[in-house]
Ligand binder design. Structure first.
Ligand code: MLT
Length: 330
């Protein structure tokens, strides 16, 4: 009896010993793609940064990294999908500052940022730019402020959904100007940009990485960037910071990071974090971000603990701003 039970236990223990290390040793299996879920439409700034990171991390991980755009509800649909995904390292979330703003902005958020995700590292910081349709008559911020005051009640401003980064920036802009505008939500700023170029909407905040080619092609007008300093790429050289244009307290920096579902095995997380740390040193990844005025992060926030602490600090930083601006959605 004792011998039989002992044999069964020994067999189970041996199976467990074989199964556990195999998970990490074999990860990632070469022909099994890793998916980055991007919670906004293809062609927007989150999608662009995710695709650049996927190329760089894929080189290190030795397997393809594919993008799935799961847009809607300001990014919370895609984030919730990953929060509930199998924690095997094959389904990850690439998300921006929304990880810190949505818990305050959304009244019914279906996941908990602190406890439903493993933090894998922040990779970039992205300024936003205040943009307008090409036919808008104002040619600088002073003229834009005058135009907005002259056209009260008639102005549309696009964004990637109530609670998105572009919405937050747009609400702060309206509150700085003391002019209310009609918000037009899209599933990402990519479709909103198409309508801005076409003149269906008047204004939008979008990240510099995707604004750059449109400014270069004179498809949209740019009035200011939301970081304290002007941006390095030539296309932004004549675009002042919001602070230079007189809005002293206006500062919004978007940041992008990678997350796995809670419970992903530690050795898998280590492989992913190692690959992320190589990506933020990869000249190809760096050049692609810097060309659009973004800055690649290479500090303690590329560590899971640093990333987690930064998100907690950002939640605390933005909660009173969001409450004061009254930017809520269900
Ligand atoms: C996008 O990728 O479409 C935007 O970053 C979304 C947003 O403005 O929050």
């Amino acid at each position: 009896m004792f011998t039989k039970r002992f044999t069964l236990l020994a067999t189970a223990a041996a199976a467990l010993c074989v199964a556990l290390p195999a998970t990490a040793q074999d990860y990632p299996v070469a022909n099994k793609p890793i998916t980055f879920v991007v919670p906004f439409a293809a062609g927007g700034p989150t999608d662009k940064a995710a695709r650049d990171l996927a190329v760089s991390m894929g080189k290190t991980l030795g397997t393809s990294v594919v993008i799935e755009n799961a847009a809607g509800a300001s990014g919370s649909i895609g984030a919730n999908k990953v929060a509930k995904a199998n924690p095997d390292g094959y389904t990850l979330l690439f998300f921006h500052i929304g990880q810190a703003t949505l818990p305050t902005m959304l009244r019914n958020i279906p996941y908990k940022v602190e406890s439903d995700f493993e933090h894998l590292g922040i990779v970039s910081e992205n300024p936003m730019a205040v943009l307008a349709r090409p036919t808008l008559p104002a040619n600088n911020m002073a003229e834009l402020v005058k135009w907005a005051n002259d056209n009260k009640g008639k102005i549309n401003i696009g964004n990637a959904g109530i609670g998105s980064a572009s919405h937050l920036c747009g609400m702060l802009f309206q509150s700085a100007l003391k002019v209310d505008m009609t918000t037009v939500p899209y599933r990402g700023t990519a479709p909103a940009m198409t309508d801005l170029i076409g003149g269906q909407i008047d204004l939008m905040c979008d990240q510099s990485t995707v604004a750059a080619p449109q400014l270069e092609g004179k498809k949209v007008k740019g009035y200011a960037v939301t970081t304290p300093k002007r941006l390095a790429p030539a296309v932004f050289k004549d675009i002042p910071s919001m602070q230079e244009t007189g809005f002293k307290d206006f500062a919004v920096t978007i940041w992008q990071g990678l997350y796995a579902p809670k419970g992903t095995p530690a050795p898998v997380l280590k492989k992913l974090n190692d690959a992320l740390k190589l990506a933020v040193r990869d000249p190809d990844f760096i050049n692609k971000q810097e060309a659009g005025g973004a800055i690649v992060v290479n500090d303690a926030r590329t560590d899971p603990a640093g990333h987690r602490a930064f998100v907690a600090a950002e939640i605390a930083k933005w909660a009173p701003v969001i409450k004061a601006a009254g930017v809520y959605a269900d």
